[in-house]
Design a binder for this molecule. Structure first.
Ligand code: PLP
Length: 382
């Protein structure tokens, strides 16, 4: 479509400079879990329309420029990956992992208005904000050094508040260490304490697209007792805009649905207008890779992550990773490393997140730089 006005040469140059900067930075992005290896050029022509998936993807809507048919197919794939109970799940494509977590916590709070939410110290920073936003009582549980929830602390804390339904916020792959809170263990604790009314939300932002494709996954999905699951689309799968998927048990969702005449739709989602482009992106990714392709992509990343651990060891740097995790944890690197590489530090650790665009050559270069930087500036802690 023709543009009514065009950019000035100066503004055009600004865009060119931005493009160059992004080309250069994307390959050195090794510390954030965003896959940069994708090609969506087949979908560029859909940027010509004001498409919008306002409302519930499973109901009709008055706004016809939508991609809900594709959205439903994406959701069905994710329902399979997460072992959602057949015919008894519901979900939608979100703006990202945070909105999915907010949705899960919203459903939980509507079910148990007086419930207390329990989440570990290693939980993503956005969760405390969501809990504050919706006035949900909450208690932070200690973490183990490896990033998992401290189950002894959880048990003791639940015991004290046995009269109030718990809302358990489980991390399926923590942001810093890739730790998976054990849903089987959490269920066992609830049973031991004879707590019948409980809700479990699984925050599977990154690992929700890893665990379906490994041979021995930790207990993490609907089959292991989750009531809702949030997964990011722009992390493991990779997308040029933030997006994600949330799924929940249908019986719970039906209790919070409201019909809105203006859009001629059921208002079950948190956002009103929703991207109709991101469901297309996810659909394209799932269809082009196929389940075998997804498995290959995940297995390659896990193999590269293990390779990275060994390379660090070869240089005397103590790195480690959880089983089924692409997150390689190491001591916080010297400042010179942070200028060249895009790394997310926290306290005394840093991590490499081995996404599909992180090759063995990138890992070799990263570890060599790290070792060289250590020679000039040794770590204070062993
Ligand atoms: C990234 C992340 C989130 C937030 O997801 P967004 O898609 O960035 O909104 C939530 N939880 C965990 C564990 C994450 O790693």
């Amino acid at each position: 479509m023709a543009q009514p006005n065009s950019l000035s040469p100066a503004d055009q140059q600004r865009l060119d400079a931005l493009h160059e900067r992004l080309c250069e930075a994307s390959l050195r992005n090794v510390g954030y879990p965003t896959n940069q290896a994708f090609d969506y050029s087949e979908l560029f022509r859909f940027l010509e329309f004001s498409i919008n998936n306002v409302g519930d993807p499973f109901h009709r809507t008055n706004y016809r420029l939508n991609t809900m048919e594709f959205e439903r197919e994406v959701l069905a794939d994710f329902a399979r990956f997460t072992h959602a109970p057949e015919g008894e799940w519901w979900g939608y494509v979100t703006s990202g992992g945070t909105e999915g977590n907010m949705y899960g916590l919203y459903v939980a709070r509507e079910l148990y208005p007086d419930g207390i939410c329990y989440f570990s110290e290693d939980t993503h920073y956005s969760v405390a904000k969501v809990l504050r936003l919706q006035h949900t009582r909450n208690i932070m549980i200690k973490s183990q050094p490896d990033g998992q929830m401290d189950y002894t602390d959880l048990r003791e804390t639940l015991r004290i508040h046995r009269d109030v339904p718990p809302i358990l916020f489980a991390n399926i792959g923590t942001t810093m260490k890739g730790a998976v809170d054990d849903l089987a263990k959490i269920r066992e604790i609830l049973e031991d304490l004879a707590i019948g009314n409980a809700y479990i939300h699984a925050d599977a932002a990154l690992s929700g697209m890893i665990l379906p494709f490994v041979d021995a996954p930790q207990p993490w999905n609907f089959a292991h007792g989750a009531d809702s699951i949030s997964i990011s689309g722009h992390k493991m799968l990779g997308a040029p805009v933030p997006c994600g998927v949330v799924l929940a048990r249908k019986a719970y969702v039906d209790r919070i649905a409201r019909s809105i005449e203006y859009i001629g739709a059921l208002d079950t989602t948190i956002a009103g207008s929703r991207s109709a482009f991101s469901p297309l992106l996810l659909w394209h990714r799932l269809r082009t890779l196929g389940e075998e392709g997804l498995r290959d992509m995940v297995q390659t990343c896990l193999g590269h992550a293990e390779y990275a651990v060994q390379r660090f060891f070869a240089h005397g740097i103590e790195a480690w990773r959880h089983p089924n995790s692409v997150t390689v944890v190491f001591p916080k690197p010297p400042p010179s490393m942070m200028e060249k590489w895009i790394i997310a530090p926290r306290k005394n650790i840093g991590h490499l997140i081995v996404m599909p665009h992180v090759t063995r050559a990138t890992i070799d270069a990263f570890v060599a730089d790290f070792a060289a930087a250590l020679k000039l500036c040794p770590l204070r802690h062993p």
